[in-house]
Design a protein around this ligand. Structure first.
Ligand code: ADP
Length: 498
């Protein structure tokens, strides 16, 4: 058997998955690593924790599947996006921990830049918003706060990279300092229209251009692994940020095709083709993977609390002892009986962007029980996704005709059916739910000739499950109105009164 090895470097764990020629999983290994919280709102990872967990899971999966290095015909890498590393080119040592995408320490810098009127240029050039989420201000923070870092950066001695760059730098014994376009498009520094690092933005954030990695296509041969790890000299040939990788793994390669990932949060991405378009609905525009080596764009909207509302029911409320139990609890009642749950635990993301909103459960009565609240919690995931999708449809002027889904909470049939009912379009769940890792495998397999083209891949895919809309449209519209009413009531709750 021959395989493609996919490394999925996530926020809480590193996974390695072997895929066979039919795109089926032949083996999985996974290692968790430490989350570091030095101060409130700060989140860091030890760069070597990322590296060793990823490399050991890669070696482990070969052993598990009984595969030899020469059976691996390509390596794909997908990663937690925006997480920022800076290291010394000479020694390869990081000058600071990785600052994770969730980290909010650069909020004051973002606010300052927005007050100075920088947001419009940032948006026009990068498709993004001025938010601590993205890498750029994290690099600035490191240069301003690590002793000697700025001077060394100006002398060309430091390298910046997102997690993909860090892994490849190490896998190639520092021969390649690269990132792909999907990761570059999350830095606040890459001009997604002109396809280059943007000198004006680098200047705005006071970052020397010599720190930046070479930008490559997501499906392109980068070079062999040269570390003596037991992986052999496998060719690195696929790179993509996790959400774009999932979009590709779902084969959303044509304009108008979209996927939603139901993980901790929800990430909805729609392929919008080769024309860059900015959102009027406060979504972001980002680069998608292209097997044709051309610029392709996606619109993206994120919901902060998706599956995490189920974790909250489990860990904080103790309604259930494991996440999958929520389905039976929600189905123990016929309806939420008027209860609406707005899980704005950390504010609201797209399309509302209200950092002051807080969670709310409304419509409680004497007869309200755990089942109603659990049902309302599950429904809230679908309502939020429908709000983002509505914004996307208004932006593109071309309503989606189907939604492809993945992520841990997509295993919940009740949620999927409710999502289809609410959207009024079919919800398609693939047989292989590991679409993030699969996307990077496809990219690597296409670049190395393991698969000849996307059509061949599509032809080999196993059929998944399709949830078709069944509910009364009028009733669903009323429920959506009621949900929006609740959202309005939750907005601004934490705003400090002057
Ligand atoms: P991430 O990649 O963000 O860690 P996953 O894709 O692994 O997330 O999905 C895990 C999330 O899915 C958790 O928040 C969990 O509560 C939720 N989840 C898992 N199984 C179910 C289920 N059957 N129903 C609803 N939510 C679920």
């Amino acid at each position: 058997m021959k395989y493609i090895l996919s490394l999925d470097q996530g926020t809480t764990s590193s996974r390695a998955i072997l895929f066979d020629e039919a795109g089926r999983i032949a083996g999985i290994a996974q290692r968790e690593f430490e989350q570091i919280y030095p101060e409130t709102g700060w989140v860091e990872h030890d760069p070597y924790g990322i590296l060793t967990s990823q490399l050991s899971s890669a070696v482990e999966v070969l052993g598990k599947a009984g595969a030899r290095p020469r059976d691996i015909l390509g390596l794909g890498i997908t990663n937690q996006r925006e997480t920022t590393l800076v290291w010394d080119r000479e020694t390869g040592k990081p000058v600071y921990n990785a600052i994770v995408w969730q980290d909010r320490r650069t909020a004051p810098l973002c606010r300052k830049l927005a007050d100075e009127g920088a947001e419009e240029a940032v948006r026009r050039k990068t498709g993004l918003l001025l938010d601590p989420y993205f890498s750029g201000t994290k690099i600035t923070w490191i240069l301003d706060n690590v002793a000697g870092a700025r001077a060394r950066a100006e002398q060309g001695k430091l390298a910046f990279g997102t997690v993909d760059s860090w892994l490849i730098w190490n896998l190639t014994s520092s021969r390649r300092h690269v990132t792909d376009r999907t990761n570059a498009s999350r830095t606040l520094l890459y001009n997604i229209v002109e396809d280059r690092w943007d000198a004006e933005l680098l200047k705005l954030l006071r970052i020397p251009e010599n720190m930046m990695p070479e930008v490559v296509w997501s499906s392109e041969k980068i070079g062999p692994v040269t570390t003596t790890l037991g992986l052999g000299a496998v060719e690195i040939a696929g790179i993509a940020g996790d959400q774009q990788s999932a979009l590709f793994g779902q084969l959303c390669t044509q304009p108008g095709e979209a996927k939603n990932t139901y993980g901790t949060g929800c990430f909805l991405l729609e392929n919008i083709g080769t024309q860059c378009r900015l959102s009027n609905e406060r979504l972001i525009t980002t680069l998608a993977c292209s097997s044709h080596r051309r610029l392709e764009y996606a619109l993206e909207g994120s919901v902060f609390i998706g599956g995490a509302v189920v974790q909250w029911l489990r860990d904080n409320m103790k309604f259930i002892t494991s996440a999958p139990e929520v389905e039976a609890l929600a189905m123990s009642v016929n309806s939420s009986n008027g209860v609406v749950f707005v899980p704005a635990f950390t504010g609201l993301g797209a399309p509302h962007w209200d950092p002051y909103a807080r969670g709310m459960i409304i419509g409680l009565e004497r007869g309200t029980g755990m089942g109603h609240i659990a049902r309302a919690a599950i429904e809230s995931i679908a309502f939020q996704v429908a709000d983002v999708l509505g914004a996307m449809d208004r932006d593109t002027g071309r309503p989606l005709t189907a939604l492809r889904v993945d992520g841990g909470a997509a295993a919940n049939d009740f949620l999927m059916q409710f999502q289809a009912d609410l959207l009024g379009v079919p919800v398609e769940r693939p047989a292989v739910l590991e679409t993030t890792a699969l996307g990077a495998a496809y990219l690597a397999g296409l670049a190395t000739g393991f698969w000849p083209d996307v059509e061949t891949i599509a032809g080999k895919r196993e059929a998944g499950t399709v949830f078709t809309p069944q509910a009364d449209r009028e009733e669903m519209k009323q429920r959506q109105t009621r949900w929006r009413d609740a959202v309005e009531r939750a907005k601004g709750w934490n705003r400090r009164e002057k």
